[in-house]
Design a protein around this ligand. Structure first.
Ligand SMILES: C[S@@+](CC[C@H](N)C(=O)[O-])C[C@H]1O[C@@H](n2cnc3c(N)ncnc32)[C@H](O)[C@@H]1O
Length: 152
């Protein structure tokens, strides 16, 4: 293991995801880009053919019925990073990913809820004409985390 990655971890998940295939793609990326756990809030995940590497059997998958339940059960000391094309979000390119954090993506139709964005310790975005597919967005964030960048 790369020594730079000692004492750190991340989880990634989605609030009210609408398309099961997107979750399968996101989990496949999560498993292959180093996520420690994956989760859903609201809509539950059902096994999809797009999760070709069977991520849900390889890394812990958590489900929370509500945002409040998710927020109360965040790992102690982990920062919550909302991923959203929002005017308050900072640019991913210069973002220093926290050593221990949880990335939260929004639904395909409405994005992250305002309540969730208000509770996030950080909001990040990357430049795109319009919003990208949620699984693609999550994959970009994880790829960026794995670049040799300073941590916060
Ligand atoms: C299809 S988008 C949601 C679009 C929604 N209709 C909206 O405009 O709020 C689904 C999710 O992908 C992520 N996403 C897509 N493009 C993004 C970008 N450029 N920067 C940050 N997150 C992005 C966000 O988590 C977003 O909630």
């Amino acid at each position: 293991m790369n020594d730079n990655f000692i004492n750190e971890y991340f989880g990634i998940g989605i609030q009210n995801g609408k398309t099961p295939e997107n979750l399968g793609v996101l989990w496949r990326s999560a498993q292959n880009l180093g996520a420690t756990f994956i989760f859903t809030i609201g809509n539950r995940y059902a096994k999809q053919a797009s999760d070709t590497h069977d991520a849900v059997k390889s890394i812990p998958y958590f489900h929370y019925d509500t945002f409040e339940a998710f927020f109360e059960n965040l790992p102690k000391g982990a920062r919550l990073v909302g991923v959203e094309l929002d005017k308050k979000a900072v640019d991913l390119e210069t973002f220093e990913h926290p050593r221990r954090c949880v990335y939260l993506l929004g639904a395909e139709d409405h994005g992250l809820s305002q309540k969730a964005m208000d509770k996030c310790h950080f909001l990040v975005k990357f430049k795109s004409e319009k919003s990208l597919n949620v699984a693609v967005a999550g994959t970009i964030v994880m790829y960026d985390r794995n670049l040799s960048k300073p941590r916060s």
